[in-house]
Design a protein around this ligand. Structure first.
Ligand code: SF4
Ligand code: FES
Length: 380
């Protein structure tokens, strides 16, 4: 999404600065409703019902506040954002403000007329998720019969209408053997960018980790395929490659660093530094209904808790990588080490690293259990 970086931004603040630089992007989880049931969905296990969602006026106000704060990009996501009838109005308002607009969609609910309306409203970019290159497998993984066919139709309309397209392909042990076909499929759909994203183990992905985690050999094969395709398709299709931390030696700078670049707003208006932050005990999340976004970004407890480097334990505190990876992922530290303030176990310097590797080896070689599909529970 670097094409969005056209507006002048204030200088980056230092890690220790009291005044953080403005966020690059805001992600609106407009709704948790979704016709698909992907077992690696990044939404929380406790999904928000429609009655809890912000109304149109509230989302419009958050767009104004995000723009005033200096945000450049707005990602309309979910769940499935097209379940919201006001999506065109929100896109139009964001476009009027000069924000770069991206729609992150499963693609199964949009017909051509609606896509045209969204393009007319000013949509810049569409990110289409695919589950597999094989239609039957894709529908099985997404838990939605006929979904793959609808996605293919949507991609064709995107090309005809002239919108920029990214294909997002979450990969895991059920589809990695078809990675070459997935790349060919994205190419045939006219994608300018393909995100080959190994599933990240938070939310539903964590719940389904034993069913999804690839072996180290599968990961290494996938990396070779992506590297070769990236070289071969230079100038035609750009690759983003997200690896699973479980086999890494250094963690990723999750979200570009806690509260450094991104804001996530849940369907009910809670403001979070990442989509999984709700799992962390002891964080207080403000709501856009109660507090201006700029104040939340600058001084809310959840955003300041792990911003910068002061919170870091050793060995991070004296590590030369600390302003590169910003200590990795807090949600992963919680999920694996049981402490969100611990060194990310993906780091070889963490005392939990060997245990993480052992877990990955054991789980990825065991028979895969059945998926726990993402569904609203009967009690919700
Ligand atoms: Fe990153 Fe901490 Fe590991 Fe250093 S010790 S590489 S800062 S996670
Ligand atoms: Fe929450 Fe990485 S997903 S910090």
């Amino acid at each position: 999404m670097s094409e969005a970086m056209t507006r002048r931004r204030p200088k980056e603040s230092s890690a220790a600065s009291a005044e953080p630089a403005p966020p690059l992007a805001i992600l609106f989880e407009l709704s948790h409703r979704c016709p698909l049931q992907c077992p690696y969905c990044s939404n929380p296990l406790a999904l928000e019902r429609a009655r809890g969602e912000l109304d149109t006026a509230a989302w419009m106000r958050v767009l104004d506040e995000a723009n005033d704060l200096g945000v450049l990009q707005v990602h309309f996501s979910g769940g499935e954002p097209t379940v919201r009838k006001d999506l065109e109005d929100l896109v139009a308002h964001a476009a009027r403000l000069g924000l770069y607009t991206n729609l992150i969609t499963s693609g199964v609910l949009i017909d051509r007329a609606r896509l045209e309306r969204l393009a007319e409203a000013g949509l810049d970019h569409l990110q289409l998720s695919i589950q597999d290159s094989d239609p039957a497998e894709a529908d099985r993984i997404g838990g939605y019969t006929g979904g793959h066919e609808r996605k293919m139709a949507l991609a064709a309309w995107v090309e005809e209408i002239g919108l920029a397209l990214t294909v997002n392909a979450p990969v895991h042990r059920h589809n990695l053997e078809r990675l070459e076909d997935i790349i060919e499929l994205a190419l045939s759909l006219g994608a300018g960018r393909l995100e080959v994203a190994h599933v990240q183990y938070y939310g539903w992905g964590l719940k389904n980790r034993a069913a999804l985690l690839p072996t180290r050999a599968q990961l290494e094969r996938a990396t070779k395929i992506v590297e070769a395709a990236r070289e071969r398709l230079k100038g035609t299709m750009v690759f983003d490659y997200v690896v699973p931390d479980y086999y890494a030696r250094r963690p990723k700078a999750c979200m570009g660093g806690w509260a450094r670049q991104f804001i996530n707003v849940t369907p009910s208006g809670q403001v979070m530094p990442c989509h999984a932050a709700e799992t962390i005990p002891g964080l207080d999340f403000d709501n856009v209904k109660d507090r201006p976004l700029s104040e939340i970004w600058r001084e809310s407890q959840a955003f300041t808790r792990f911003r910068g480097t002061a919170w870091m334990p050793e060995p991070c505190q004296s590590c030369d990588q600390r302003e590169i990876d910003w200590g990795g992922c807090r949600c992963q530290a919680l999920a694996i080490a049981g402490d969100a303030a611990a060194t990310d176990p993906a780091c070889a310097r963490s005392s939990d690293h060997e245990a993480l590797l052992a877990l990955a080896e054991a789980e990825s070689h065991a028979p895969a259990p059945a998926f726990a599909y993402r569904r609203f529970s009967a009690a919700d």
